[in-house]
Design a binder for this molecule. Structure first.
Ligand code: FAD
Length: 449
């Protein structure tokens, strides 16, 4: 068998290489460190954790990322195996000794008889002779490769910064205060004229909200991120608030073209609009609310919005340097570039967000590439599993026009029976997921060699 080339030896690339090799497929793993460093990595280890040492909750019954851990374990994940082996006490979270973890991944990969690690930058599109490639170069993809991808896929298809607005679960929005309506009742393409959820402010509520934004704690840009200016089109809301008390009321919070059916006699003073974020219609984003406020501050302040007092957030806002593709537009369901199917993408560069999600997408890319190399067809996990939910989101479920990085969360899963509420609802998601995963694994075993 000729080798599959994996570019990037981070969390996703290491996992993809492992999945391939465990199926008997030879791999060349190209990692540019230490020949060429990134701004965030500080070692030459594979799977280096660039910031926190946590994979977040390990609760596979009530938490979506904990469920993803469990699914990955059952799929023979190297990243989870090394995380479990180097775990440190962290309550309900799976946190690791970072050097022990990265050292174990590096040892497993470099010691695998079917994996060759080549240290060097791939500084452009992979050569034609590489007939199967997984690009897993992460949020800090080196500039020459990023530019090559951008010129191949098109100007709008690769972002260098994320501008993340918070996302809430529809079921946590109070529709006795908020209402569905598009501005001037205009139906957008395929819309109904009731495409947005609107949350209206009275004057005093708006003033209190602006004050809270102005005094909230923010996260600083890292030194190497500071050279990238804000795009005027996606200023953080707290920066807009600093420009004047009415700036937001004339910007993303403008109240025009909307009538509050709960108070039809009063014209709203300001309005926050929420737009559907996924095809399932379970998630809504706060339009224009990209922010660098601290997460705890965001939850506190955004619950001041009338109708969002009890909002549950599937994702909080952010703004970082982050190279990622418009995957829903560019990739097929097996993570292949539609325009050049010999190339797959994996990890954070696909627009998933987080260590675990990146490794999970690497795991899938590795399985898919291996299935093809062995003469079969890639088999996608059921959409009811955490692996299937994140894959479905990045390859089609998300809205391509507003695509921004996403963590795994229950809003990405097809809803369970709506009569099941509270904690039982989470349990219903995770039980269904693990049952369906088992069926999938039986049909497509974790290790085929
Ligand atoms: P990476 O782990 O970054 O791996 C990509 C690899 O590709 C790197 O080793 C890089 O050297 C290599 N590479 C890049 N270009 C080339 C090239 N042209 N040729 C060869 N090799 C190349 N997520 C969390 O869950 N928790 C956090 O605390 C967290 N903190 C973060 C902090 C920062 C500063 C950043 C940028 C991201 C953070 N993330 C965090 C997000 C994300 O989960 C991690 O970046 C994660 O490492 C992504 O995994 P990956 O495999 O896609 O990319």
């Amino acid at each position: 068998l000729s080798p599959v080339h994996v570019i990037g030896g981070g969390l996703a690339g290491s996992e993809a290489a492992w999945q391939l090799a465990q199926r008997g497929v030879p791999v060349v793993l190209h990692e540019m460190r230490p020949v060429r460093p990134t701004e965030a990595h500080s070692t030459d280890q594979l799977a280096e954790l660039v910031c926190s040492n946590s994979f977040r909750s390990d609760d596979a019954e009530y938490n979506a990322v904990g469920l993803l851990h469990e699914e990955m374990r059952r799929c023979g994940s190297l990243i989870l195996r090394c995380a479990d082996a180097h775990k440190v006490p962290a309550g309900g979270a799976l946190a690791m000794d970072r050097d022990g973890f990265a050292g174990a991944v590096t040892e497993a990969i470099t010691g695998h008889p079917l994996i060759t690690v080549e240290r060097g930058e791939v500084a452009g599109l992979p050569p034609e002779a590489w007939d199967s490639v997984v690009i897993a170069t992460g949020p800090l993809t080196s500039p020459p490769l990023a530019e090559a991808i951008r010129s191949f896929t098109g100007e709008e298809s690769l972002a260098f910064f994320d501008a993340i607005a918070p996302i809430v679960y529809l079921e946590s929005v109070d529709l006795s205060k908020a209402w569905f309506q598009s501005r001037y009742d205009k139906p957008g393409p395929g819309g109904t004229g009731k495409d947005y959820i609107n949350c209206a402010f009275e004057k005093d509520e708006y003033r209190a909200f602006i004050d809270a934004l102005l005094t909230a704690e923010k996260v600083d840009f890292k030194e190497w991120e500071k050279s990238t200016p804000y795009f005027e089109g996606c200023l953080p809301i707290e920066v807009m608030a600093e420009r004047g008390v009415d700036t937001l009321r004339y910007g993303p919070m403008k109240p025009v073209g909307l009538t509050n059916p709960h108070k039809p006699e009063r014209r709203p003073y300001a309005v926050v609009q929420l737009r559907q974020d996924n095809a399932l219609g379970t998630l809504y984003n706060l339009v224009g609310f990209q922010t660098k406020l601290r997460h705890a501050e965001q939850a506190r302040i955004f619950r001041m919005i009338p109708g969002l007092e009890k909002a549950e957030f599937a994702r909080l806002g952010g703004l970082h340097r982050n190279t990622f593709l418009n995957s829903p537009r560019l990739l097929d369901g097996a993570l292949r570039l539609k325009a050049q199917p010999r190339i797959r993408f994996a990890g954070q560069v696909t627009g998933c967000e987080g260590y675990v999600e990146s490794a999970a997408v690497g795991l899938l890319a590795g399985r898919f590439a291996a299935a093809e190399r062995l003469g079969g067809e890639p088999s996608a996990p059921p959409v009811t599993t955490a692996l299937g939910a994140i894959l479905g989101h990045i390859t089609g479920g998300a809205n391509a026009d507003t695509y921004q990085p996403m963590n795994v969360n229950f809003g990405l899963f097809p809803p369970v029976d709506e009569r099941i509420r509270g904690r039982d609802r989470k349990l219903a998601y995770t039980r269904r997921a693990l049952e369906d995963l088992e069926g999938w694994l039986k049909a497509a075993p974790a290790v085929a060699v």
